[in-house]
Design a protein around this ligand. Sequence first.
Ligand code: FMN
Length: 458
Amino acid sequence: MSRMNRADRTDRPDRMKRKDPLMKRQFPQLSELRPLLQFSRPSLDRRSARLAGAADINDLRTIARRRTPRPAFDYVDGAAGQELTARRTREAFASTEMLPRILHGTAAADLSVRIAGITSALPFGIAPTGFTRFMHAEGEDGGAAAAAAAGIPFSLSTMGTRSLEQVAEVSDAVGNEERGAPGSRWFQLYLWKDRERSLDLIQRAQAAGFGTLMVTVDTPVAGQRLRDVRNGMTIPPKLSLKTVVDASYRPEWWFNFLTTDPLTFASLSNTATDLPSLINGMFDPTLSIRDLEWIRGAWPGRLFVKGVLTAEDARRSLDAGADGLIVSNHGGRQLDRAPVSLKALTEVRAEAGPDVEIILDSGITSGADIVAALALGADFTLIGRAYLYGLMAGGRAGVARAIELLAEETRVAMMLMGAASVADLQGSGQVRAPWLTAEPAGSGAPDPSSASRPARRN
Ligand SMILES: Cc1cc2nc3c(=O)[nH]c(=O)nc-3n(C[C@H](O)[C@H](O)[C@H](O)COP(=O)(O)O)c2cc1C
């Protein structure tokens, strides 16, 4: 051992002197260093810097969690029961495989889509979400403005915290200013026990230029959101010692909350202080297919039924007069153990045929998820939590960042798959899902390949 050390010591000067034949060294030159120095002045706009640093929706979620009080973050992030449906829905997207097509000479990908009588610049829109100003004071205004600027539709919920008329004003103003055309907007209806007031809302939606009505049918009662129970979530939030401590970590949220107009459901009048009591008190568990027919008679525009997960319900909805279907498990927030919407898409498409417009939501957090949904039979997709993470991370600018990230991921996935347009993806067979893989012959299982492949549509 000591011999080795001695040898080391005597070797060292020689090694230092020996020239490396592969690497010629020189003294650093200032002229060569200068172009590499990219120090920029620290930005005063910390929000922009924060959002620019988010590389995907998960990064926006991390920022959102840091900046939003726990009851509001968990209200968005959570799901029903054991959150099994929510988890399975995410896992289904992750389990898909995409087949690249090489050397197809695709110079660019056109992400625009015709849906519900409008052209959306991107193959996704914003899903209806209730209580949105709880997540960030800019709420629906922020979402509608970012959607109009990006040229995609914004959906307002019956449980929204901004009125139909205000959302219409924001969406038109921003759309006209940034794209030279009013923004597209859709209205989501929960049917009330009070039919007169439902009718009043439908008429106001029509007058305010909401082109499509989505009737949500998966909420006869509120799902059991255990995180909300554990957090003791109330409307408006209670000011307890815990909330005061929370405020010291999230000063911007609390400052916005306390210095803007009070948080209310703009389309409802209510006295309930927790969401399940509110929903259970107002909405109608006796809703039947007759009510859908009644809405059809009252609404002259396009009508989509939201919350369809089976072929049978697709058929009943279409027979009652629906123009289109929204395959959705409500982001796993209603019936826990309900089917994964991406899996249900196949049977709904097979029943509806190639010409009925089908929108898919639940579980979308990346452009690859959007591509998978389109290739497996959807015409369009909606994002719920993905946009709310952006909103919580930075208001309208955060929603814009979420849209930008998803658009870029969709574009890159399409380019790598050699798809020049959304129509190229649809029916291409380029997305494989494990649940669609045919069983070996003689297993007795039906061959799903014919039903699952959406027909190529123009
Ligand atoms: C916080 C929150 C509130 C929601 N409120 C409504 C609502 O008022 N009406 C409705 O039809 N769907 C509502 N949804 C469901 C969404 O429209 C959509 O179906 C779901 O978010 C899609 O799943 P994703 O969040 O994984 O994208 C809500 C979802 C969230 C996350």
